[in-house]
Design a binder for this molecule. Structure first.
Ligand code: ARG
Length: 585
């Protein structure tokens, strides 16, 4: 189903073409939500720019448009306001017809794309032997939400985990473990990720302070990358350990993605080098093979080199990304590739995209987008840390949220003198705790930093997951109370929209498809969060003003349908954010 704005835009565009089309090439009709509900639901602002182009008074243009456009099926008679704005107010009959359409549509009016192109979403992508940090959590949550929205729209989405499994850290780690814990390099399961991370830290200290150690480590990487069996075996064991730990997090967060780490592209790296060479882009600089970037300069104002192959033969992060891009275009046949990482990597992406374009690896046929996000801060405004100043382990962060959410439920149950089975409490704590973490992240505009606060994210008030899940559960409780089966309200029951709050709710329910399309193009999941929050507030107002169970037919069924549609919209919307609902909480 076309969203209301799309329908209005189309009708306006057609009329405008008839009236002015021969004179000029038309801009879009500029249909926007009304600035004040007093003026109606939407307004068309096209008369002002058109007046400029045609050197006429905006009011005259607006009158010409009014005479030509026929919106009698959708709107009350149109009105001109101010210098030439056209106010549009939807008719009740039209609203009712639209509500009936979504009521009978399991997709609630969100149509599938007609050309389901293939989209790669590269997200999460932690590094082996290093702890997954909060940045990876953001990438995981945001990437998953984006992938879910695109999948729901019908795209063929390939979710890729570009795990850092091939860098200098292995040379360092293998060299260090050979010294202090050789068993870890030959036997599975002797380490857990916690140990691995602390070994990693110790190895890094050695690497930074001991030149000889550094040299041996670098040789170990080159050996590994050249396929030395002993180093390969050690590497496999280390990856296996990390992978298991990552999986625990993915399971908790219900994340599905395909691991295709940096190592996967190892065999393709020399091809990238020779292609850049053939394109005439490679220049030797201090023994390293580089591409000099356009528009980037170093401190001294000289062109900045992007190192493709180091003097010792090793390759870099960007080289792997070039190889991965080639593979995704040629083998995966991706039309669009979306990279979800912290904003700190913006330069990396701009740079390697530039090189890929200049080398002809990336052409107009493929769109690449970096989806950056900001930092997570502690309540003190600084980088999120534990009390003792250490980096917070993700698993601890998630467990803590669930623990606190359990405390909240227990307090609430005690206040209400309610008895519930332990399984119920466990389930609610788990769903709400994880939902709170995800929603707190997704509801922020991803480009800004945000402050991590358990209290805020778990609050039943405000733009939080518990608030939305609670709104959903409350609607479900109405059906229990009134012994109603929402699925059997009858396809032909009539919708009645009379009260202001009914109308407001209905209009909001009709916005879902527009919002989803908006998220699809902006890749900003917070737009969906804002919408769901707004919808819940509208619902609550409706519920306060309009009795649902204690009212006569046919109003009762009509209101129940509005309740059901709200619940379905919340459930669908939250599911696209990777968040579960609860029938009871
Ligand atoms: N492993 C990288 C990191 O932890 C993120 C990788 C993102 N994806 C990519 N294709 N570069 O920062």
């Amino acid at each position: 189903m076309k969203s209301i704005v799309e329908q209005l835009n189309e009708i306006f565009f057609e009329s405008l073409t008839t009236v002015f089309g021969s004179e000029i090439s038309l801009p879009s009709p500029l249909i926007v939500p009304a600035t004040n509900p007093k003026f109606g639901d939407f307004q068309c602002n096209i008369a002002l720019p058109l007046a400029k182009i045609l050197s006429e008074k905006p009011k005259v243009i607006a009158e010409k448009i009014l005479a030509a456009v026929d919106l009698s099926d959708i709107c009350e008679p149109l009105e001109i306001a101010g210098p030439g704005f056209i106010n549009l107010k939807l008719t009740n009959d039209y609203l009712i017809s639209q509500v009936e359409i979504i009521q009978n549509d399991p997709r609630l009016g969100v149509e599938k794309v007609t050309e389901p192109e293939r989209i790669v979403v590269d997200f999460s992508s932690p590094n082996i032997a290093k702890e997954m940090h909060v940045g990876h959590l953001r990438s995981t949550i945001i990437g998953d939400a984006i992938a879910r929205v695109l999948e729901f729209r019908g795209y063929d989405v390939l979710r890729l985990n570009h795990v850092g499994d091939w860098g200098t850290q292995f040379g360092m780690l293998i060299t260090y473990l050979k010294e202090v814990y050789p068993d870890a390099l030959t036997t599975a399961d002797v380490l857990d990720l916690g140990d691995l991370v602390s070994f990693y830290k110790q190895a890094k200290v050695r690497f930074d302070s001991d030149d000889n150690f550094k040299k041996i480590s670098q040789q170990a990487v080159v050996k590994l990358q050249a396929g030395d069996p002993e180093n390969l075996k050690a590497w496999q064991l280390l990856c296996e350990q990390s992978r298991r730990e990552f999986q625990v997090i993915y399971q908790l967060l219900d994340i599905n993605l395909k691991e295709r780490g940096e190592s996967f592209y190892n065999a393709f790296l020399p091809v990238v080098v020779s292609e850049l060479e053939e394109a005439g882009l490679l220049i030797e600089d201090d023994g390293a093979k580089c591409v000099f970037l356009e528009g980037f300069s170093n401190k001294d104002g000289n062109p900045l080199p992007l190192i493709i192959q180091k003097s010792d033969g090793g390759y870099n992060y960007a080289t792997t990304d070039l190889a991965a891009l080639k593979y995704r275009i040629n083998t995966d046949q991706a039309h669009r590739i979306i990279y979800v990482t912290d904003a700190g990597q913006s330069n990396h992406f701009t740079q390697f995209f530039q090189v890929a374009k200049r080398a002809g690896i990336l052409t107009e046929k493929t769109t690449v987008v970096h989806v950056p996000f900001g930092l997570v801060k502690g309540e003190d405004g600084k980088k999120l840390k534990t009390r003792s100043g250490d980096t917070i382990r993700l698993i601890d962060l998630l467990t803590e949220a669930v623990k606190r959410s359990r405390q909240d439920i227990e307090t609430r149950l005690a206040e209400e003198s309610r008895q519930e089975a332990p399984e119920f409490i466990n389930h609610v704590a788990q769903v709400v705790g994880i939902a709170a973490i995800k929603y707190a992240d997704l509801s922020q505009n991803r480009t800004s930093d945000y402050v991590f606060s358990y209290d805020k994210m778990l609050s039943l008030q405000g733009n939080t997951a518990p608030y939305l899940i609670y709104a959903y559960a409350r609607i479900k409780s109405i059906s229990r109370e009134g012994n109603i089966n929402y699925d059997e309200l009858g396809e032909n029951a009539s919708i009645i929209l009379k009260e202001v709050t009914e109308l407001e709710l209905a209009k909001d329910l009709l916005k879902l498809s527009e919002v989803i399309k908006e998220v699809e193009s902006s890749l900003l999941p917070n737009r969906l969060c804002d919408y769901l929050y707004e919808l819940s507030k509208k619902y609550n107002k409706f519920y306060e003003n309009c009795p649902v169970l204690k009212v006569d037919e046919p109003i009762k069924t009509s209101r129940l349908i509005l309740c059901d549609l709200t619940a379905r919209t919340l459930k669908l919307g939250l599911s696209l954010l990777g968040i579960d609902v609860l029938e009871r909480m």
